[in-house]
Design a protein around this ligand. Structure first.
Ligand SMILES: Nc1nc2c(ncn2[C@@H]2O[C@H](COP(=O)(O)OP(=O)(O)OP(=O)(O)O)[C@@H](O)[C@H]2O)c(=O)[nH]1
Ligand SMILES: [Mg+2]
Length: 498
C-alpha cells in the first residue's frame, strides 16, 4: 500500500461526516439493545395512597428544577437528568391515569385529595437523560427512558389464593371469617339467610343476584366501615369494567363439608350450589387468572403501598386484618420453586418496593419505627417466600407532604410536633377531640410501635391522628412537597439511567 493510499484511507476513516454516521448507526444499534424501558406497577389496598403516589412521582419528574427536592436521586444530583414529559400511553384500551385532575385538586386553593379510583389505569413517561457511565455515552448525547406506570387495586391481588382453592375450600375459609369477630355482627343476617337455602334446589337467578348484592354490601362494610383489609373476591368492591356482570354474582355457602360428597360433586349447574360453583370457577379463570396473564406478568418493577397508620389508629382487629391481607398479597411475589405463582406464571419483576405511606402523619423520629413495623409485617411472609431474584426495599414516604414539623415544650422537655390543616375526622378515634375542619393545629400524634403490637400496646395505645388537607395554592408546574420520593425514584429508576 502506498503512503498516499494510506493517508486517503485514514482521511476516510476520520472523516467527520463518516464518524457522525458511524456514531448514529452505533447509537441506533445500542438503543435497540440497551434496556431503556420500565413497566412500573403501583398497587396497594384502596385508600392506601396509589393515586397520590403516582401523581407526585410524575409531578416530581416533569417539574424537575421547579423547586423539586430530589437530593437522593442520582441522575438529578449528578446532572445527567435532562427532562421528563408525559407521552401517549401504550395500551389504548386501558383507562388513562387522570394526572390532570389529580394535580388540579392537589394544587387548588383550598386543595383537596383526588377522588377514589376503582380499577386499572396507565400513564407513560419519557425521561431524557445524558448517559454518563454506560456505553451510550460514547455515541449519544441524550437517551430516553420510557416508563409505563400502571395503577391497579391491591384487592385484585387478594384473589390470588383463590386459584388454588376449590369452591368448597374457599367457602369454608370465607364462612370462617364471616363467623368470627369483628365480621360476625355484620354478617350474621346474611349467613342465616343462606343457611335456609336448599343447595340442591333449582337455582333462582334473582335470589342469587340479591344475595350476591348483600354479600358485596358486606364487603363494603368490612372495608370502609370496619377498616378491614381481607376482602374476597377483590373485584366485588372494585369491579372495574365488570360492574354488574353475572360473573360477580356468587357468594360463599356455609357448611359445604357437611353435604354428601357425591351429591355435591354431581350437583348440576342449574342447582343453587352448582351455579355458585360454576360462577366461582369462571371468576377464577376469566377474572383472576386473566389479570395475571394480561397485566401482572408484564410488570418489571412493583411498588406495594400500605397505609399502616390507619389500621393502627383503628385498633387491634383492623391491624391484624392488614397483617393477613399483606401476607395474601405477598403470595403474588412468591418466586420460589414452591410458590404457587411461579407454577402458574413466569414473573420478571426484579425490584420490589414496599412503601409505608402517609409518613407526614407522624413526626420524623417515628419514620424509622414505621419502616421497622412494615418490615415486620412483610417479614412474616418473607420467611415463607423466596425473594431470591428480587431486590427489595422498604421506605416510609409521604407522596404529598401536608404537615410542617416544629417543636414545643412539654413538662420541661422539647418534643416534636406537627402542624397542618385538619381535613375531616376519618381517622380520629376520639370524635369529641376532633378540631373543626380547616383549623390549623399543632399535634403530637403518638408513637409508632417498632414491632407487631402486643396486647399491652392495644390497651394503652394513645396513637391518634387526624386527616390533613394538602397544602395547595401552588402552580401545577411546581413540585409537590414530599417525604422520600427521591429515594423512591433512586431505587426504581436510577440504575436504568446510567
Ligand atoms: N397526609 C397524607 N395523606 C395521604 C397521602 N397520600 C394519600 N393520602 C390520604 O389517603 C387518601 C387516599 O389516597 P389515594 O391516593 O386516593 O389512595 P388510592 O390508593 O388511590 O385509593 P383508591 O383510589 O380508593 O384505591 C387520600 O384521600 C388522603 O386522605 C400523603 O402522602 N399524605
Ligand atoms: Mg386511586
Amino acid at each position: 500500500m502506498t503512503s498516499s493510499n494510506k493517508s486517503s484511507k485514514h482521511r476516510g476513516l476520520f472523516n467527520p461526516k463518516r464518524i457522525d454516521k458511524l456514531k448514529n448507526k452505533t447509537a441506533e444499534l445500542l438503543n435497540r439493545s440497551i434496556d431503556q424501558h420500565i413497566n412500573l406497577a403501583v398497587t396497594g389496598l384502596s385508600r392506601s395512597g396509589k393515586t397520590a403516589f403516582i401523581t407526585s412521582l410524575v409531578n416530581q419528574l416533569i417539574n424537575e428544577g421547579q423547586g423539586s427536592q430530589l437530593s437522593f436521586f442520582d441522575p438529578v444530583q449528578q446532572g445527567n437528568f435532562i427532562a421528563a414529559k408525559r407521552i401517549p400511553q401504550k395500551h389504548f384500551r386501558v383507562p388513562r391515569f387522570d394526572y390532570d385532575s389529580s394535580i388540579s385538586s392537589l394544587t387548588a386553593l383550598p386543595a383537596h385529595w383526588p377522588e377514589p379510583t376503582h380499577g386499572i389505569s396507565e400513564l407513560r413517561l419519557a425521561i431524557r437523560y445524558q448517559p454518563k457511565a454506560s456505553l451510550l455515552k460514547y455515541v449519544k448525547d441524550m437517551a430516553t427512558l420510557t416508563v409505563d406506570i400502571t395503577d391497579y387495586p391491591g384487592e385484585w391481588l387478594l384473589d390470588l389464593p383463590m386459584l388454588k382453592q376449590t369452591y368448597q375450600q374457599w367457602s369454608e375459609f370465607t364462612c370462617e371469617l364471616l363467623s368470627s369477630k369483628p365480621r360476625l355482627d355484620s354478617s350474621q343476617k346474611f349467613l342465616d339467610k343462606v343457611a335456609e337455602i336448599d343447595p340442591f334446589a333449582p337455582a333462582n337467578e334473582e335470589v342469587l343476584a340479591e344475595l350476591s348484592k348483600e354479600y358485596t354490601q358486606l364487603l363494603h362494610t368490612f372495608r370502609y366501615e370496619l377498616g378491614l383489609s381481607v376482602i374476597q373476591p377483590g373485584r366485588f368492591i372494585l369491579p372495574g369494567e365488570l360492574a354488574g356482570a353475572p360473573i360477580l354474582e356468587f357468594f360463599p355457602f356455609p357448611a359445604l363439608a357437611e353435604l354428601d360428597g357425591n351429591d355435591y360433586q354431581n350437583a348440576s349447574d342449574d342447582s343453587v350450589i352448582g351455579m355458585l360453583r360454576a360462577r366461582y370457577l369462571e371468576y377464577k379463570e376469566h377474572v383472576v387468572r386473566k389479570f395475571y396473564r394480561q397485566h401482572f406478568v408484564k410488570f418489571d418493577r412493583q411498588i406495594v403501598l400500605a397505609d399502616c397508620l390507619t389500621p393502627l389508629n383503628n385498633g387491634k382487629e383492623s391491624f391484624q386484618d392488614l397483617e393477613q391481607a399483606i401476607s395474601m398479597i405477598l403470595e403474588s411475589y412468591s418466586y420460589g420453586k414452591s410458590g404457587l405463582f411461579s407454577r402458574i406464571f413466569s414473573p420478571k419483576i426484579d425490584k420490589l418496593l414496599f412503601a409505608a405511606t402517609k409518613a407526614d402523619h407522624v413526626t420524623p423520629e417515628q419514620h424509622a419505627p414505621m419502616v421497622s413495623l412494615f418490615n415486620e409485617l412483610i417479614h412474616q411472609s418473607k420467611n415463607k417466600l423466596n425473594f431470591e431474584a428480587v431486590e427489595v426495599q422498604t421506605l416510609a414516604i409521604a407522596s404529598v407532604r401536608t404537615t410542617q414539623v416544629g417543636s414545643t415544650t412539654h413538662q420541661g422537655k422539647t418534643v416534636p410536633v406537627l402542624q397542618g390543616t385538619v381535613l375531616d375526622n376519618n381517622n380520629n378515634r376520639d370524635k369529641k377531640s376532633q378540631p373543626p375542619t380547616g383549623k390549623n393545629i399543632m399535634v403530637f400524634p403518638g408513637s409508632v410501635p417498632e414491632k407487631l403490637p402486643q396486647e399491652s400496646y392495644w390497651q394503652q395505645n394513645k396513637f391518634n391522628f387526624f386527616n390533613f388537607s394538602p397544602i395547595g395554592g401552588t402552580s401545577k408546574n411546581e413540585s409537590l412537597p414530599h417525604i422520600r420520593m427521591d429515594q423512591v425514584l433512586q431505587f426504581l429508576l436510577a440504575d436504568k439511567m446510567l
